[in-house]
Design a protein around this ligand. Sequence first.
Ligand code: DAH
Length: 377
Amino acid sequence: MTSSENKTTQTLAQLGISSAEQITPLFAEIQAEFDADASKEFIEVLWKEFRDQWLGRKSGILSRITDNWLKPASPELKRSVGAGLNQLRAHVEAKIEERRLSIEANEEQWTRAHDHFDLSLPGVTRPVGSHHLIRQVFQEIEDIFVSIGFSVVEGPEIETPYYNFEALNIPEFHPVRDDMDTFYIELPKGAPSPLLLRTHTSPMQIRTMEKRQPPVRVIVPGKVYRRDNPDATHSFAFHQVEGLAVDTDITFCDFTGTIEYFVKQFFGPGVKTRFRPSYFPFTEPSVEFDVTCVFCGGSGVSAGGGTCSKCKGAGWIELFGAGMVDPAVYGFVGYDAKKVSGFAFGIGIDRLAMLKYGIDDIQVFFQSDVRFLRQFP
Ligand code: DAH
């Protein structure tokens, strides 16, 4: 409460004023406070508050002077209180009107200045980002497979050991778990099943076949996790695209034809593919697909005449694992292994992106350095 507000809630008697000489200094004090407040910078909202504080009908300071000072004043004081009040009211009203006019003028000026739009000025352009290279490579791969009848499905990154291992024909003490059995989630006691970050996208083979009857043709892009120490070719999180095709009449020829079509679409028609026997518990037979080195064109010799450092002179680069779905896997999803056949593959996306775009360190995919990202708009 300001001093004027405080004083005007009391009567003159309560303020200890009994003679007419004390009235003039009292009004002078009130007016000085008004003048000090009135000269402050106001925004319009505050200005209204200020006006009501002084001139408000019910509890404005001037009304309070009328009610608390003038009305109860003794006959000797009434005259000078009345005169003081009239003078103060005239002063306050004039000043407040003056402020109102100047605030309104300012507002009008402001509005005029800001209402004027120059439509010929260039707009505000915000920098537009782009997809991360990994996302772009996912998209390229999805487009190729969608064009030959595959559909895209996605699945959970947190998996149960059943989907990540057992149903893929990897029982508990199988040696291939060694480099995959990793990143378990800490769960409360009594949780129904352990949980882990999936080590590959292959669990989605099982989840898809549980839900759908053949023919099945899906690809599964996604993130996977392993207990790998980071270096130029390893990261604890990376990306894969799983593929699965199951029907009543799928042959090994369909399998190699599909893979070769994909590789040529992705790297260009000039590359050659080959496959070598390999081993995965969930495929039989299993193969490893190679492609002719995209850096030396398969010659094993670099542009400078030396040994190609990318394929180490071999002329071939290992691409990804694949195979015909092991009949044991069908047993886990209730398919009749005698009636259906199919193939599956698991492509490491980071590796593919590195090969296609000549990147020699997988870590750049995870560092979010815009100087790198901007090179792939
Ligand atoms: N899941 C395997 C891995 O991450 C890759 C793989 C190999 C997937 C062969 C497949 C496959 O579907 O048939 O190492």
